[in-house]
Design a protein around this ligand. Structure first.
Ligand SMILES: Cc1cn([C@H]2C[C@H](O)[C@@H](COP(=O)(O)OP(=O)(O)OP(=O)(O)O)O2)c(=O)[nH]c1=O
Length: 793
């Protein structure tokens, strides 16, 4: 009876007796310490009560459903798992609160395990007192694990014991209750730090605090505590998420915090294998890769003037494919790369087939993600149903002012390409029907969901840093658009003192991106954006300073550009919450206005940082420095802002940027937010929801998914496959007006509803409306689409 009173819910009339109780039998359980004890149902009820308190669920249902499965000799850990599973299975659009019951049950388990490891006596202490957060031992805890090489010792060097104590007291254990089941499960399985034996050693709020402490290290000493608290609040209240590598590695000895890298491979054997090496190193440290192979000469091209010698692009694709499989992050996850080729490359037809069932099996590369770079000229020829010429890049070198064809874009490209169509020798080119090539590409899209598309002219025309480079391709998830170039191999020389050969290289730009997202379910009004976005800029700028670089060139590029990518999660929920239908003009206006606000405060935040820390090295001469933002003048942006009702001072901001510069060369990129949006219980990125309820199966097991407040907004949410995708593209185009990079924009196709001409119309519309990239085309019939983990922010 005591237990029931404590539990606080009424059993008196409806109490369910377990089968064993009714028969007067005693059932034994095995406790965590190995001891045998008779089962005390009242203890289970205390836990159930803790889990159900204040939620719209009936605790008796959970007890009844779970009890059926109790058996003699069950361990207490198994009982807990059983309760968790039972609660998770009860999640539905009508009863979404079960996901919080399951979350609390899992938290209870986590507290118990971690408490056990820390030697706490936790028995019977729930409702707040139970939680094993102990501010007095936080410092000791970090010290112990830093000595064992589990946490980075920089934490101890940079923060005093007093700092630890202050910050430990600032942690708010109640914020653990913000997680739904899927969120805490993903965190538990993959993000919380473990010891050598695989035991989880930290609690969620400790994780957030230690990440915040790591990211505040570049702050002035007197400001560190202030910023640590601010960063902690943003993360622990789920207002922002950081990229998976940052969440995993900040606070660890190797601070590889960047998500994404883009390599440019030269047409030279040394550089090819140099990049294979880089790809291996980047994968080892959990970075995703975009790799541009468009410079490599085509199959049958001459080598040292020897005709017909080159094996072309496909063997390199295959090597990179195998590197991605080989370097598998200690068996956790294989590497991931997109490989881009231009639509005018002579090997493109074979490249298109690397993942299909058509063609020679020896030329397949099933583990990479193909991407095609498309110039405006191709789209124009397609519209006019004209021919297109595939060219061997070997014959397109040094064709204008020392540049190759792939180094040009816009009118210059068009002029030179058309000249080369005539001048390249017949056996080094191939004329095809543009429409036939397009049809083949779309068929592959139907079959595999890929290739991703990169519209190279739009990407380069709107590149704010076109004064110092160009963009050949995007990254793995197609939201990054930044200057890139080959690293040139200069010479090998023998070091007489060691007898070793030293390779000298002129560093190119290996794009590297540091990502974070704002949760639009919580942050969408002007005041919140104004508060949160500049802080996120600051956090990401600190990520650059704290980064451990797996390859040297990335450090070189990061130092000169300090590029960051701010994205979003919970877009669909934000629409629903604001009573906006996906397929509506109102949606387009909302997207434009919302992303204007985000852009404004991102630029303002970066300008303020430049004031404090200096501008990025290559700022002078950029579009930013001329007051041209997103390809428009300050006056134009001002006008748009008035139309949007935001009335932001773009003219004033442009003046300030001219005066102080920007800290970061690139600012906005809407990345996919796979596992990180799961953690914060958000709808993914900018995507519409897949379904109102589904179970996701990944490394964490079966995870129930319902979008936020589904019971309240059931009829407002429309599932992705039911939405006319033209609205997805139109909304993407509105957002793109305020994004300097790109968006991981997915299309969702029901093959029974969408035929070839419709698909073609969608991709043509994407180009016409100024999207830079299209990511997956997710077909209802394709179940296996690989989610990018590295970019997930
Ligand atoms: C050596 C070799 C290169 N290649 C490819 C890789 C590069 O794309 C390209 C050039 O390789 P390199 O070995 O860099 O060629 P090179 O510098 O000796 O000759 P050139 O003056 O003609 O550049 O040929 C093959 O396909 N097969 C081979 O056996």
């Amino acid at each position: 009876m005591v237990a029931q009173k404590k539990a606080g819910y009424k059993y008196s009339s409806r109490r369910l007796l377990s089968a064993y109780e009714r028969k007067g039998k005693v059932m034994y359980v095995i406790k965590r310490n190995g001891l045998k004890e008779s089962m005390d149902i009242s203890k289970i009820r205390i836990v159930i009560d803790f889990a159900c308190k204040g939620l719209r669920v009936d605790p008796l249902e959970l007890e009844a459903d779970a009890q059926i499965q109790f058996r003699e000799g069950i361990t207490t850990k198994e009982i807990q798992q059983l309760l968790i599973r039972t609660a998770a299975e009860k999640v539905s659009p009508q009863s979404p609160d079960w996901q919080y019951v399951a979350a609390r049950l899992l938290l209870y388990d986590l507290y118990k395990d971690v408490g056990h490891l820390r030697g706490y006596k936790v028995k019977d202490k729930i409702n707040g007192k139970y939680k094993p957060y102990n501010p007095d031992s936080f410092f000791e805890l970090v010290r112990t694990y830093a000595e064992r090489g589990i946490y980075g010792d920089y934490l101890l060097k940079e923060y005093s014991k007093e700092d630890f104590n202050t910050l430990a007291r600032y942690m708010d254990p109640d914020r653990d209750l913000l997680f739904n089941y899927t969120g805490i499960k993903v965190l538990y399985d993959r993000y919380l730090v473990r010891d050598e034996d695989g035991n989880v050693i930290e609690l969620p709020q400790e994780m957030y605090m230690l990440i915040a402490m790591t990211l505040a290290i570049p702050e002035r000493k007197e400001d560190r505590i202030k910023y640590t608290k601010l960063f902690y609040d943003l993360m622990s209240k789920h207002e922002v998420s950081l990229a998976t590598p940052t969440l995993m590695n900040a606070r660890r000895p190797h601070t590889q915090l960047s998500s994404c890298f883009v390599l440019t491979v030269d047409d030279d054997l040394y550089d090819i294998f140099d990049n294979v090496q880089k790809a291996g190193q980047i994968s080892k440290f959990a970075g995703g890769l975009g790799i541009y192979l468009g410079k490599i000469r085509a199959t049958g091209s001459p080598i040292r003037k020897f005709k017909g010698a080159s094996s072309g692009v496909l063997p390199v694709v295959k090597i990179l494919n195998d590197v991605m499989v080989y370097v598998d992050q200690l068996g956790m996850r294989k590497g991931s790369a997109s490989i881009t080729l231009d639509i005018w490359h002579k090997d493109v037809l074979e490249f298109l087939e690397v993942k299909t069932n058509v063609g020679d099996e020896r030329k397949k590369a099933h583990d990479i993600h193909p991407a095609i770079s498309i110039p405006d000229l191709f789209m124009k020829r397609l519209k006019n149903r004209e021919n297109w010429t595939l060219l061997d890049p070997y014959y397109c070198k040094n064709v204008k002012d020392g540049k190759n064809l792939e180094d040009l874009y816009g009118e210059e490209f068009e002029e030179v390409y058309q000249r080369l169509e005539r001048e390249v020798p017949p056996d080094a080119k191939k004329e095809v029907d543009a429409f036939e090539l397009w049809k083949r590409l779309l068929t592959v899209v139907f079959e595999t969901g890929e290739p991703y598309i990169f519209f190279r002219d739009t990407a380069n025309k709107f590149n704010p840093n076109k004064h110092c480079g160009m963009v050949y391709s995007s990254n793995l998830c197609h939201e990054i658009v930044q200057n890139m170039s080959v690293s040139q191999h200069v010479e090998d020389s023998l070091d007489p003192s060691t007898g070793l050969i030293t390779h000298r290289k002129k560093s190119g730009d290996v794009v590297v991106c540091n990502l974070g997202s704002i949760n639009l379910g919580k942050v969408y009004e002007k005041a919140d954006i104004e508060r949160v976005v500049p802080l996120l800029v600051r956090m990401l700028d600190n990520v650059i300073s704290m980064n451990y670089y797996a390859i040297k060139e990335a450090e070189y590029t990061n130092r000169r550009y300090r590029a960051i990518g701010i994205g979003v999660s919970n877009y669909h929920y934000c629409l629903v919450k604001n009573n906006i239908l996906w397929e509506s003009e109102e949606h387009l206006r909302f997207a434009n206005s919302l992303f204007e606000r985000i852009a404004y405060y991102a630029i303002k935040g970066s300008m303020e940082l430049a004031k404090e820390r200096g501008k990025y090295e290559l700022f002078d001469g950029s579009d930013w420095s001329k007051g041209v933002f997103f390809g428009r003048s300050a006056e134009e942006n001002q006008r748009l802002s008035e139309q949007n009702g935001n009335n932001l001072d773009w003219i004033g901001l442009a003046e300030e940027v001219k005066r102080y510069g920007l800290r970061n060369a690139y600012l906005l990129a809407l990345m996919p937010t796979g596992s990180t949006s799961l953690i914060v219980g958000a709808t993914p990125s900018i995507d519409p929801i897949f379904a109102k309820y589904y179970k996701e199966e990944n490394m964490s097991g079966i995870l129930p998914q319902v979008p936020p407040e589904i019971d309240k907004y059931f009829w407002h949410y429309k599932s992705a496959y039911l939405i006319d995708q033209e609205w997805v593209i139109k909304a993407g185009a509105e957002r793109q007006k305020w994004i300097d990079q790109a968006q991981s924009l997915n299309l969702f196709i029901d093959p029974e509803q969408v035929d070839g001409p419709k698909l073609s119309r969608l991709y043509e519309l994407a180009w016409e409306l100024g999207l830079k990239t299209v990511y997956y085309c997710r077909s209802k019939s394709l179940t296996e689409i690989e989610e990018c983990e590295s970019c997930s922010a």
